[in-house]
Design a protein around this ligand. Structure first.
Ligand code: ADP
Ligand code: MG
Length: 241
């Protein structure tokens, strides 16, 4: 069994007295992609923000690589959690070259850093763009650079929030497949948030279906698709083509 990298238990968070994340528990192992799937407003991004540490929990606990990083009275800052982040507006630094974007925040000697940048740009097939600037790249290319940047420091856990929703339909499936291959090659644990069932079906080893702040079902994609927990879950999956 691959090691558990991320383990959350009983996670809760309220805003203005309303519980937006309600007793959420999950684990993600090395090399595994778990999709947190659910309709808009169900609490997916808040869950991810709690795990990233940019939001504080009310109850529950979060462990990364066996060490507790958040619990009532305990809050490890985001920069001290071993996470990589990718959000919808992945925002590369516009004034830095592709290579400098990927190298930003890397530790080690200049030679070590530039070797790592080269390796990561190679992995996402962007080596020939190293000296270019973000505005010179297409959306799909920028996305690949953002992936290289997020993985360059070797995060134990990747947190991705609707990372493909800025791309047009024509590109999206291809970028999803490329991204998945790179994530798998790096063996990182991935928690990917999406409201699109087809994306979860395509990318997940495990789907955690979320509704009104709660995980209502967890399982392998085809188990969830074939054996939805209730009518609402069935309806949510019904418009996959
Ligand atoms: P999702 O990502 O599934 O669309 P979110 O986690 O962004 O859902 O939001 C869940 C609910 O929490 C929404 O009703 C949203 O308006 C509310 N919410 C999120 N962040 C805040 C905040 N900082 N203050 C108040 N309400 C918030
Ligand atoms: Mg969201």
């Amino acid at each position: 069994m691959p090691e558990t990298r991320l383990s959350i238990q009983g996670l809760c968070r309220s805003f203005d007295g309303r519980r937006v994340v309600d007793d959420v528990s999950l684990e993600v192992a090395a090399g595994q992609v778990t999709c947190l799937l659910g309709p808009s407003g169900c609490g997916k991004s808040t869950t991810l923000r709690l795990i990233a540490g940019v939001e504080r929990l009310d109850a529950g606990q979060i462990e990364m690589c066996g060490a507790r990083v958040a619990a009532p009275g305990l809050h490890v800052e985001p920069e001290n959690r071993q996470i990589g982040l990718m959000f919808q507006d992945f925002a590369l630094f516009p004034h830095l070259s592709v290579a400098d974007n990927v190298g930003f925040g890397l530790r080690g000697s200049r030679a070590e850093r530039s070797a790592r940048v080269e390796e990561m740009l190679g992995q996402v097939n962007m080596g020939r763009f190293a000296a270019q600037f973000p505005h010179e790249l297409s959306g799909g290319e920028q996305q690949r650079v953002a992936l290289a940047r997020a993985l360059a420091p070797r995060p134990a856990i990747m947190l991705m929030d609707e990372p493909f929703s800025g791309l047009d339909n024509r590109l999206r499936d291809e970028v999803r497949d490329q991204t998945l291959a790179v994530l798998k090659a790096n063996g990182t644990a991935v928690l990917l948030v999406t409201h699109e069932p087809d994306e979860a079906m395509r990318m997940a080893d495990e789907i955690a279906l979320m509704r009104h702040g709660k995980i209502v079902q967890r399982g392998a994609p085809y188990n969830i698709y074939n054996t939805p927990v209730d009518k609402e879950a069935a309806a949510f999956f019904s418009d996959i083509n």
